[in-house]
Design a protein around this ligand. Structure first.
Ligand code: ADP
Ligand code: ASP
Ligand code: MG
Length: 408
């Protein structure tokens, strides 16, 4: 008998019929003697609908009020699922994040989980209940409702699994596992039977939204056995996130291609090349709690250089505003910027020991006439920034160049 945490995403609970389907799956697991804690997202499209509504009321919705509203999406689903379970004769009980108590910090719309009180859940499990918990939400020390950032229900699932020391955390979604790249962009993408934790972390941080990055971080920190599966298929093993690198060592050096269209690029032109300049530019950006991703500084000519970096598109306008006085102060020549960019990344733990991967990637893009605007590399990934309109093409040709398609 195992303790299992299952998480069902928005599409998987997108209608009453689908919620009943989820209830039937839960019933089958329980019938096998397992104890179940189930985390659900808001019904498909609901979070987007609520955000749009908020923007009609206030041009930049107040973050605290936004979280009060967004948390209702998940609250509807937990009740519906519990009712569906009861309708099948099972014992079920639902909890919001605040009721559990999932305590977070107070960073509205992107809060981090600090602690989870699992006593009540354990009590219900002992009573034979299926415990249904609202994903994506928590409560801060002062009792304010918070949310965990888009895709945050994954993190609720994994964090609960860690707190309960569950035997496995199963993330049920609308694809049957983690693929070599987004199967909606490249139909030839291949499902990975296993992926190492490190690679999953890179894939998630580079844009593969199949798992929220914080959920992967939690899985790593607490060694949660994590699996991604389809809620629409009966018997599928999905993808297991593994911690033993050796298992995968014999495989290809590249495990996948990730991409994201969430960033904007800013270049400060003609920056005087002297100590402290990078700090003068990025210091105020960091002070405003804006995360900077890629940073590139060119070799200087005649004491002048260009300095480029990327930020999240949500922070683009704010960053430009912050830089206005800075550019004047350091006497730079000007600013060039754009938010129609995409970051495409080639990921693989095997990369460490293989030369030539960068050159294959760059040649492949060159052959398609795709200009590379920025490059950044780490031990297990190469990322390039390109014009957004070439995203799908770049992902497809790189996927092919590294032989990631399905055999046959
Ligand atoms: P859920 O609502 O269940 O949380 P998401 O939409 O957040 O589902 O995540 C699942 C989606 O992630 C898939 O439909 C797929 O389009 C996308 N995706 C992106 N990259 C990958 C990948 N490498 N493998 C699988 N799915 C991916
Ligand atoms: N409903 C939230 C979202 O759409 C959380 C989640 O689905 O994981 O982002
Ligand atoms: Mg998701």
């Amino acid at each position: 008998m195992a303790l299992i945490v299952q998480k069902y995403g928005g599409t998987s609970v997108g209608s009453i019929e689908r919620i009943k389907n989820v209830a039937r799956r839960i019933a089958r697991w329980q019938a096998k003697g397992h104890r179940l804690v189930v985390v659900v997202s808001a019904m498909a499209g609901e979070t987007n609908r609520l955000i749009a509504l908020a923007r009609e009321a206030q041009s930049h919705p107040d973050p605290r009020e936004l979280d009060v509203m967004l948390s209702t999406g998940e609250q509807v689903t937990i009740a519906l699922l519990s009712m569906a379970l009861m309708d099948m004769g099972l014992k079920a009980r639902s909890y919001t994040g605040a009721q559990v108590k999932i305590v977070t910090d107070s960073a509205y719309t992107k809060a981090r989980i600090v602690s989870i009180d699992e006593a009540r859940i354990r009590q219900d499990l002992a009573d034979g209940c299926v415990v249904v918990v609202a994903g994506f939400q928590g409560v801060d020390d002062s009792g304010n409702i918070t949310t965990l950032g888009r895709g945050g229900s994954d993190t609720t699932g994994v964090a609960l699994a860690a707190a309960l020391k569950a035997d496995e955390c199963q993330i049920y979604t609308d694809v049957d596992g983690v693929y070599t790249t987004d199967p909606r962009i490249v139909p030839e993408a291949r499902r990975l039977r296993t992926i190492t934790f490190e690679e999953m972390l890179e894939m998630a941080s580079l844009g593969s939204k199949v798992l929220q990055i914080r959920s992967v971080e939690f899985a790593g920190k607490y060694r949660v056995r994590l699996r991604v599966l389809s809620s629409f298929e009966e018997e599928s093993e999905g993808t297991l996130i593994t911690f033993e690198e050796d298992e995968n060592m014999e495989q290809a050096s590249i495990s996948g291609i990730a991409f994201n269209r969430d960033e904007a690029k800013i270049t400060i032109l003609g920056v005087p090349d002297r100590p402290g300049i990078a700090y003068q530019i990025l210091g105020p950006v960091g002070d405003a709690s804006i995360d900077v991703d890629m940073i590139v500084q060119n070799v200087s000519h005649d004491g002048m250089t260009d300095f480029s970096f990327t930020v999240h598109r949500n922070d683009y306008q704010k960053t430009l505003k912050i830089l206005e006085p800075v550019v004047k102060h350091i006497k730079a020549r000007g600013v060039e910027s754009g938010d129609r960019i995409a970051k495409v990344s080639v990921v693989g733990v095997g990369m460490r020991s293989h030369a030539g991967i960068a050159s294959t990637a760059f040649r492949t893009l060159a052959e398609e006439g795709i200009n590379i605007e920025m490059i950044s590399t780490s031990e297990i990934k190469i990322s390039v920034v390109i014009n957004e309109k070439y995203t799908e093409l770049a992902v497809r040709v790189l996927h092919k160049a590294f032989g990631l398609e399905q055999p046959g």
